[in-house]
Design a protein around this ligand. Structure first.
Ligand code: SF4
Length: 702
């Protein structure tokens, strides 16, 4: 494969980091050897801060492994270069054959939470209008779906943070449950630091004493899978000790009795026995929250990536409602979004049950609106399809062809070994990517796609701020943008009339029409406004509107206008420990890698920091297992095995082992994880399962 060197950039461009949901502002500057990155100190989110991933993000642009030609699998089994015309013809022929044999729903589409809003929107339209399939979902189902479902049920609207980050320093107390932003998005720590300087307190609930927990004033080292019990215990104490904001509960909420009845059974002593958190600490944290003039509760993937993820998030929302924090200035409840466009990615129609702007695919008025925007009969718009894991699990049985865009499920999906088998049973797998990811290695057809700096598009950061990534350089010759790829496949399928766009701006204008009047209303947002105003917060229904940085101040967008408490009984995890699997496994991210590692594992400076995964294990547990620091460990769960280097540390609970999930093959954490799904959000239980740890047999250590 020839090296693909991007054309020289035109001039310095203000844009954004390609990685996490903070979407730090950066400058890309042309140099004779490529581009350099520097932080944009004027962008109000990162204020000049960048983490090591942002500093090194240019490394992927001119990478020698860049795909620059379409590839088609030959009879001999290898992927060989072909022209775009051949690749598109092959896709159209194969998709038509699957549709003729099995119907339109037999073609699936799998998107990603790093795609721009324009791509997310067009991928949803492509599935429904070009393919006519109900089966589209995306990897964000594995990230934000529990928080989203809980926020919708309790608050009537899902925006990760319903307030801007600039509110954090003013909170008297912040409880952060199951998040480690000091490693995953370090520039955000300046807000927590300012909060501490203002006399505020940060409390972290996490099974590990993470970098964030080390930094916080207090750490609650809870047992994985017990968040609902902890939150119920906090609410129990708040009620018992007269710290509920009764006027707020009376005037702005409903359903308090449901929650009160449930939490009566969660007295602190019992909660200590479930969570492992000292009874006195539970009482003290409840008192700190209940007495704080301005309190915030933030959740992240720890409580959310569980088969009771929605219940966990609802339980924390109950606490935030009980103390009257939600909708109050510089207070509230929020969930920290992880993926680059984890917010916008879940708003614009790549979820199986949604249409753009959070419209619902089963809502008659929403379907009529989209039928008018898309200029197709309402009856032609498919109904709800399968959620992400259910879609992957149906490959080869109900779904026979799959298009993957912006995702690498072989590494990132739970029970990855099973997913890999399902992918292998497909008639046709098409992957659009800029590298030969582990998923692309299984493909029949691979399409070379442009990267972040090579195309324009909007992203919506963790605050709900819509920002613009400007094209800074041209893609390598032979590479197309995802928008061009979707339009070209649609044309090859005879549906090109619905996919005629001059540029990304035209797609965005259609997105604005599609979301007009919807919950996530982008109608008043334009590229020019985003640049002039350093981003615009949705909902923004008209160009005269200033957008909505803070939500819920006067009412909640529920039918009654009130927020809703829920009964949130704690349940056991799906994959219980026994004598064969006596420990708990939890997974997460490290500073120098991102998601499935497709980009960061190809970045030399990041590999120099984090070349391989590890298993954090307590020294006492290690002694019982007969392993020493640096040994290769064989981790076994009811789904598979994987190998990790032992890292002995007292920062983890004795009953828990932690591994990061950015690697593949024998080092794949997701070969171990459990795909038990939350009944509401369909979130897999990525964060906790039973595991056995032993020193690896010599023959398995390479
Ligand atoms: Fe990029 Fe996130 Fe790091 Fe900022 S914090 S530089 S957006 S990875």
């Amino acid at each position: 494969m020839p090296s693909a060197v991007p054309s020289l950039p035109m001039s310095t461009v203000a844009t954004h980091c390609p990685y996490c949901a903070l979407q730090c502002g950066i400058f890309l500057t042309p140099t004779p050897g490529g581009v350099t990155i520097s932080p944009n100190a004027l962008f109000p989110v990162n204020k000049g801060g960048l983490c090591v991933k942002g500093w090194t993000a240019a490394a992927t642009l001119a990478h020698p492994e860049r795909l620059t030609e379409p590839l088609v699998r030959t009879r001999g089994g290898a992927l060989a270069p072909v022209s775009w015309a051949v690749a598109l013809g092959e896709i159209a022929e194969r998709f038509r054959a699957v549709r003729a044999s099995h119907g339109p729903d037999a073609i699936g589409v799998f998107g990603g939470g790093s795609l721009t809003n324009e791509k997310t929107y067009l991928l949803g339209k492509f599935a429904r209008v070009a393919l006519g399939t109900a089966n589209i979902d995306y990897n964000g189902r594995f990230c934000m779906s529990s928080a989203a479902a809980a926020a919708n049920r309790a608050l009537g609207l899902d925006r990760g943070l319903p307030f801007p980050l600039e509110d954090l320093p003013h909170a008297s107390v912040i409880l952060l449950a199951g998040g480690n932003p000091a490693e995953t998005m370090p520039p955000i720590m300046q807000y927590f630091e300012a909060q501490q300087q203002n006399g505020g307190q940060l409390i972290v609930a996490d099974p590990r004493r993470t970098a964030t927990a080390l930094w916080a004033g207090r750490h609650l080292r809870l047992k994985p899978g017990t968040d609902a019990a902890l939150a119920n215990g906090l609410l129990h104490v708040l009620i018992r000790d007269g710290l509920v904001d009764e006027p707020f509960v009376r005037d702005r909420t409903e359903g308090f009795e449901d929650a009160r009845r449930t939490v009566m059974a969660y007295w602190p002593e019992r909660v200590e026995s479930i969570t492992g958190i000292d009874e006195a600490a539970i009482v003290e944290v409840a008192h700190a929250l209940g007495r704080a003039p301005r309190a915030m509760i933030l959740t992240a993937r720890g409580p959310e990536q569980q088969a009771q993820g929605v219940t966990n998030a609802l339980a924390y929302i109950n606490v935030a409602l009980a103390i009257g924090a939600v909708g109050k200035h510089r207070s509230g409840f929020g969930s920290l979004t992880g993926q680059g466009n984890g917010q916008g990615g879940r708003e614009h129609g790549q979820k199986a049950d949604q249409l753009p702007g959070y419209r619902l695919i089963e809502n008659a008025a929403d379907r009529r609106h989209m039928s008018a925007v898309w200029e197709v009969p309402e009856s032609d718009i498919p109904h709800a399809g399968k959620s992400a894991f259910e879609l992957l699990d149906a490959l080869g049985s109900e779904v026979h062809a799959l298009l993957v865009m912006g995702s690498n499920p072989v590494v990132s999906a739970p029970d990855a070994g099973r997913v890999q088998q399902r992918l292998a049973s497909l008639d046709t797998l098409v992957v659009a990517d800029f590298f030969r990811s582990e998923t692309a290695e299984h493909a029949d057809i691979v399409l070379p796609a442009a990267q972040w700096a090579e195309e324009t598009g909007t992203m919506t950061n963790l605050e709900g701020r819509v920002i613009l990534r400007r094209r800074a350089i041209a893609p390598p010759i032979g590479v197309r943008t995802d928008l061009e790829i979707l339009s070209a496949i649609a044309a090859a399928l005879g549906r090109g009339r619905w996919f005629q766009y001059r540029d990304e701006g035209e797609v965005f204008d259609e997105l604005r029409r599609a979301t007009g009047g919807a919950t996530a209303d982008y109608a008043g947002i334009t590229y020019a406004r985003i640049e002039e105003e350093d981003g615009v917060f949705w909902p923004c229904p008209t160009v005269e509107s200033s957008g909505t940085p803070r939500l819920f101040a006067d009412r909640f967008p529920t039918p009654s206008g009130r927020a809703r408490f829920h009964a949130t009984p704690h349940a056991e995890i799906a994959d219980l420990r026994d004598r064969r699997f006596p420990l708990l496994l939890t997974t997460g991210r490290v500073l120098a890698q991102y998601q499935s590692g497709t980009q960061t594992r190809r970045t030399p400076d990041l590999q120099a920091v984090s070349a391989e995964p590890f298993a954090e294990i307590h020294p006492v547990t290690a002694t019982h297992a007969g392993v020493a620091d640096g040994d290769t460990l064989l981790l076994t769960t009811r789904r598979g095995t994987a190998l990790f280097k032992a890292r002995l540390t007292r920062t983890i609970r004795e009953d828990t082992v932690f591994v990061p999930f950015h690697w593949n093959g024998e080092q794949s954490a997701n070969r171990l994880t459990n795909a038990a799904l939350d009944p509401i959000s369909r979130m897999p239980e990525l964060k906790v399962c039973a595991v056995r740890v032993e020193r690896a047999p010599r023959e398995s250590v390479s």
